[in-house]
Design a protein. Structure first.
Length: 366
């Protein structure tokens, strides 16, 4: 089954189709991880995107039952140099091709992924469409040029109703903007009593849950499209400890007077070096984002830049000058990728513990 990928600039790639036969449109991006394709496919932050894998062989260890980052994938397609038809791994339950067929994800193999990646690095991410060989290229280019991509990414992937992951430790409200299951896993590993809530929850509803801390999750799209969350964050900052990841980091910046902008081709992969400015230590991090906080916009706010990306100098971490609140642009839960920054969850635990002790002392003194 041959299939073509048509880009909005008129470039055409022809290769072998696998997975679902559905025709999809999306933003073409690339990820540089050597492993972790299952986590990438099921990461809600890839909502509406067609992902190019720079590593040449994908699917060789199949699909297992442990590495999902969401139950229903939101990715619009994947592009590989070669996909493994016969995976081999002791955890393997099905092939990549079968999984993509089951979940309605189209794939394209056998094209020059190096050429495509270089194009995206030179001109930036762009729209593209998977089409049959009969599709008219000029008509598809006109469609891509004149039809904007959807903007309600977070609404599409956030939970619709709150649900609880019970524990006997700190009560954490986890705001789901497109949460990876790895974040929930790290909190439950620390025995937190977690309530996962929709992206559009109000500050009043959060406080009714009496949280010891608030976690702002990762998620897809432009943070400025999620104004309801920005207003909520303005109201909760300073009330209880707060920890934000990826989109949560960007929303935190916007809520505190910062600004964000779109990167040319984003950061996606498991090998991004980030420097902690206070200690000088460098961590290798997992990242997946197309927007970043503007460095200059932090001046004059109550925020301090704590981490920077060594590849391009972009903001990778923030903390509040007055309140117990901090965020990072990268993924400390990894999945996939190194766990260099996993300690940040422990810092969040310590922050909640300190707030509790302070509250108990105030009650005793009263």
């Amino acid at each position: 089954m041959m299939r073509q990928l048509i880009l909005e600039d008129g470039t055409v790639f022809v290769g072998e189709g696998f997975g679902s036969e559905v025709e999809t449109t999306g933003e073409i991006v690339f990820t540089t991880g050597m492993t972790g394709y299952q986590e990438v496919l099921t990461d809600p932050s890839y909502c509406g995107q067609i992902v190019t894998f720079t590593y040449p062989l994908v699917g060789n260890y199949g699909i297992n039952l442990e590495d999902f980052e969401s139950i229903v994938p939101a990715v619009h397609g994947l592009i590989v140099k070669e996909y493994a038809e016969h995976p081999s791994n002791f955890r393997n339950k099905m092939s990549l091709d079968q999984y993509c067929k089951d979940k309605g994800i189209p794939g394209l193999a056998g094209i020059d992924t190096r050429m495509l990646t270089k194009k995206l690095r030179e001109v930036g991410t762009m729209k593209g469409k998977f089409c049959s060989m009969e599709a008219n290229v000029d008509e598809v280019v006109a469609e891509l040029t004149n039809t904007p991509l959807f903007t309600n990414h977070v609404e599409r992937v956030s939970t619709q109703k709150p649900y609880r992951s019970p524990g006997r430790g700190h009560r954490v409200v986890l705001v789901d903007f497109g949460m990876k299951h790895g974040i929930l896993r790290e909190l439950t590993n620390r025995k937190c009593d977690v309530t996962v809530v929709p992206y559009n929850i109000s500050a009043k509803e959060i406080f009714l849950l009496a949280p010891d801390g608030i976690m702002l999750s990762n998620g897809p799209g432009d943070p400025k499209d999620v104004q309801v969350a920005i207003e909520m964050i303005k109201e909760v900052v300073g009330k209880v400890p707060l920890f934000g990841i990826c989109l949560g980091h960007q929303l935190f910046a916007l809520a505190n007077g910062g600004d964000t902008s779109k990167l040319k081709f984003g950061h996606r992969g498991a090998n991004h070096p980030v420097k902690h400015l206070e200690t000088g230590k460098v961590a290798i991090t997992s990242q997946n984002h197309g927007y970043a906080v503007e460095m200059d916009s932090i001046e004059g706010t109550d925020l301090v830049v704590t981490h920077v990306a060594l590849n391009d100098g972009t903001v990778e971490g923030l903390k509040h000058k007055k309140y117990p609140a901090f965020t990072v642009q990268y993924h400390p839960e990894a999945s996939p990728g190194p766990e260099d920054a996993n300690y940040l969850f422990d810092e969040f635990m310590s922050m909640m513990e300190a707030q509790k002790r302070e509250g108990n002392l105030q009650c005793q003194n009263a």
